[in-house]
Ligand binder design. Structure first.
Ligand code: FAD
Length: 473
């Protein structure tokens, strides 16, 4: 079914916007509104789209009104949580953005160790509330990312090997389906839908709130962050692989190729130097943390070592300054690796060491531990049994470099294809270039069950701006 998009500010749009505004407590932002330009933009500076209207929801009733309006008028819909999706799925041209970014409610129950948070909350906001009680929900590694998109795609962060994926700590959600129905989904209620929501992205409705299980974390935790010369990568990556194979689950570690940023936090003499970095976070007792993370710092001779005991919230904010909203261009795309043997490492190094733009970050997530405790069938998320996720996190400033950076990223991913399982993490899916094939690759054996669920909950594909699972009808 085709959907309607509006040329901006025509009469039909104005009438419809008025009707929507009357149904909402929050504002409907039109192109003539002074906040329109800020409201239409998302985190990726590369995305420049012009929605016809933005429904700035204040609560469940607004979300129901916006969903009903979109369905009744057959309007193209984008759903916005934190706005971080690289492909810019949280905005659109000529349609309606259902914007939850003003929905910031968070309630922590320190006794039950749970938190319920609204769909517009970011990880930094949730950490702030939970850390008051020395608790945290496993989220992502950049505090400005929305809980909504990250959770619905799976959720990888520094607690993944100790406490699992974000979805492994999701107790329930409240959502508005395409028919405008308000449902709870959990292990006990609408369990099939809950299965699909844990990894299946924004395909099944607009989630108005998420309930998480919390864990004692911090407030101080141990961070390892040694920077080694990239020339040593061939010698060091096998050591990191071997060490992490037997490392305690309480340690999560990620290897990076990155360039020392030219900012005052880093010594000027190293600005622009390419490095291989072994990040690690241990959230147990601090004295143990020092001992357990030490091998990461002694794999060779680091030229910089940012390791230490830090507040959990600082670690969660550590990358933020390098990922500013709306200013830079971003393209993140991933593949699971079959293994990290010496051939794979040899294939990784040349491009990892020599990117066309210095901020390009190459990430090798080492997974396992608690992620494997649930069987693969428990959630729609695929990849919980894959040990390594390789991701090109391309970041650059000058739009004139876009062509080169995208060509490099795609060539790198193509070169790694023989070493990959063919699967990918939907939250690092680039611009979704491969369309339906991308979701088939991402969901593998779970794809058909997801199609059946989509057909049941969103037969007209109202929620299509996402890693879209097409309904069977
Ligand atoms: P949005 O762009 O607002 O939403 C993305 C999509 O999610 C929407 O298109 C929609 O389909 C869906 N969606 C959003 N809100 C809702 C809702 N309330 N109900 C239903 N569907 C909704 N991922 C990790 O796992 N770990 C990380 O450490 C990590 N770090 C990142 C760091 C940066 C700087 C960036 C840009 C991304 C990172 N990601 C990470 C990927 C991230 O999980 C995805 O980009 C995710 O989509 C972001 O969610 P959001 O709510 O901010 O995005």
């Amino acid at each position: 079914m085709t959907v309607e998009v509006f040329p901006n500010q025509n009469a039909a749009l104005t009438d419809k916007a008025l009707a929507l505004q009357q149904a909402m407590r929050g504002q409907v932002i039109l192109p003539s509104h002074p906040e329109y330009d800020a409201a239409r933009r998302v985190w990726n500076g590369m995305i420049d789209k012009y929605p016809a209207m933005i429904a700035r929801c204040t609560g469940v009733a607004d979300v129901i009104a916006a969903v009903n309006f979109a369905r009744e008028h057959n309007i193209l819909v984008a759903v916005r949580g934190g706005g971080h999706n690289v492909a810019g799925h949280a905005t659109c041209d000529g349609g309606l953005v259902i914007d939850l970014s003003a929905m910031k409610g968070i309630h922590v129950d320190p006794v039950k160790r749970t938190a319920r948070a609204d769909g517009g909350v970011t990880w930094g906001e949730l950490d702030r509330e939970t850390q008051v009680f020395g608790l945290a929900a496993p989220g992502g590694v950049v505090s400005t990312t929305g809980i909504a998109g990250l959770t619905l795609g799976g959720g990888l962060g520094w607690l993944r090997r100790k406490h699992g994926l974000t979805i492994d700590n999701l107790l329930s959600v409240n959502l508005v389906t395409a028919s405008g129905e308000y449902l709870t989904a959990s292990e006990n209620e609408n369990a099939d839908l809950f299965w699909g929501l844990r990894g299946g992205g924004g395909n099944f409705g607009v989630v108005t709130s998420f309930e998480y299980r919390l864990h004692p974390v911090g407030p101080m935790v141990t961070l390892a962050m040694p920077w080694y010369p990239v020339e040593d990568a061939k010698e060091l990556l096998p050591k990191w692989r071997d060490f992490m194979q037997d490392a305690p689950e309480a340690l999560s570690s990620t290897a990076y190729f990155w360039t020392v940023p030219a900012v005052p936090d880093f010594p000027a003499e190293y600005h622009g130097k390419r490095a291989v970095i072994f990040g690690g976070v241990y959230t147990g007792p601090l004295e143990e943390g020092e001992r357990i993370t030490r091998p990461l710092r002694e794999m060779g001779t680091p030229f910089l070592d940012l390791s230490g005991h830090l507040p959990w919230t600082s670690i969660q904010q550590g990358f933020d300054q390098f990922f500013p909203a709306r200013q830079r261009q971003y393209y993140f795309k991933s593949r699971y690796l079959k293994r990290l043997d010496d051939d794979t490492i040899d294939a990784l190094i040349p491009r990892g060491a020599n990117p066309p733009s210095p901020s390009i970050l190459i990430v090798i997530w080492h997974n396992g531990g608690a992620m494997r405790r649930a069987s693969a069938e428990t959630t729609a998320f695929m990849g919980r049994n894959e040990n390594y996720l390789f991701s090109v996190d391309a970041i650059w400033d000058d739009p004139a470099e876009t062509e080169d950076v995208l060509a490099y990223s795609r060539a790198y991913l193509a070169e790694m294809e023989p070493y990959s399982t063919g699967g990918l993490y939907v939250n690092f899916a680039g611009l979704g270039e491969e369309g339906e094939q991308l979701v088939k690759d991402a969901y593998g054996a779970h794809y058909n069950r997801l199609v059946a669920l989509k057909t049941r909950y969103d037969p007209a594909n109202l929620f299509r701006l996402n890693q879209n699972i097409k309904p069977a009808l």
